[in-house]
Design a protein around this ligand. Sequence first.
Ligand SMILES: [Fe+2]
Ligand SMILES: [Fe+2]
Length: 491
Amino acid sequence: MSEQKPRRVTQSITVPEGEGAGDSFIRTRGRALIIALYSALRAVKLYPVGNALVVRAIHDLMSVCKELVESEQELELRVSGEFIFVNGTRLRLDLDNFASFSHVLSVFRVCGIGVLTITYEATPKDWVVLLSTVQGSSNALPEDRIHEIVEKLDAAQVTVFTLAEAGEESGEDREASKERAKRTYARSVAVTKELMTSVRLGKSPNVKRIKRIVQGIVDQILNEETSLVGLTTIRDYDEYTFTHSVNVCIFSVALGKRLGLSKLQLYDLGMAALFHDIGKSRVPLDVLNKADGLTDREWRMIADHPWLGVLSLFQLRGAQEYPYRSMVVAMEHHMKTDLTGYPKPLRPRQLSVYSKIVAVADGFDAATSRRAYQTVPYTPADVMKELRDNPRRGMDPVIVKAFINLTGIYPTGTVVVLDTFEIGIVHAVNPLPDMLARPVVRLISDAMGNLVKPGDLVDLANKRPDGTYERTIIKTENPERLGIRVSDHFI
Ligand SMILES: [Fe+2]
Ligand SMILES: [Fe+2]
């Protein structure tokens, strides 16, 4: 069951779990089912019904279903949180099938479907009706959408599929989970501050406390990802070094979860992320906080923080058990995938996947924060574009893609101007992968510029009856220019 040794994650990232021999058939065929379902969804969306590609895709899908129903006598597809279950067995997520998994998950989520039961009798026509109905445009919220779909299926006399609703969190649960997230965040910042300060003073901090904090973050992200990730929009200028470490930890763990790391691996990754900049505790504060251009010498002092970090971690390790992997991350997090960053490695090396994850989280948080030498931060959307499109940033493209899936092109907290001249703050990413540019937005001012609080939540994927979008983002705006504190509107 448990897996103590974190594995290298290259081609395929798997979630280690207990697995009997009997499960392996469902796992392999289950994965084939998701891939076939994904291809069929896309084919039905892109091509007319009689098109050869649609016919092929539906045929492939039906033969996987047939195989499963024949051996299992039943076929139930269930979606819960970030996971897909086939007949109660959780499927493994590989990087190869990442796109199909997340697409199928998001279609289920948007439609409010928790369970889909498939029987022998489904005909190609039944499948086409189901797949086009779930992808049809609608303004309904997921909890209403599923009823709309069932009605449409009935009207088309498609009765072979059974759909059941996804379990919904009540409003009260959501409030409670937000509160929990706020407490975890505040405690994490306080403990990180204590840690970095004691390293600066040459004392040995209590690693056990930090481990507990990281475990708290991991557990919360595994249960309720959005609340904690949303809190990373609090970027306190004075507390930058500490909130930065906590934000990088939260982003890294959420990313690692998306990439299928196990809980133990996430603990290690979280520790490594929280400590990635610990070497900065050995750089003089006046250099670290310098507002004007750095001299060469000062720049070198800052660029020393990766290996100073390794030294600090070795000292911690002396007294207490400490994961070796964190040292690798402290050393590698500025190296870039083509090794053109710093420090310069002496010989070719393969960066650890943990370092690549932390580098993406770090690059994003650092560029979107206000700091002594960066009074005007970039907008999250610009940073995302830069991480994705500029190869000189040296980020791993698969990890950036997973990050965009996590936060959207316009991450939570981005201030956006809409074509209706309303201003809003991005509230949540749109779960449909092809709608990443159309998040759910909380309006904060009307078309005349009057502040509204609390403003309505609007889904930018909503269309008017003529098929055009009701609202579209025309640009992102710097909150400071508008005198807005994003966290006032988010929490
Ligand atoms: Fe750093
Ligand atoms: Fe950093």
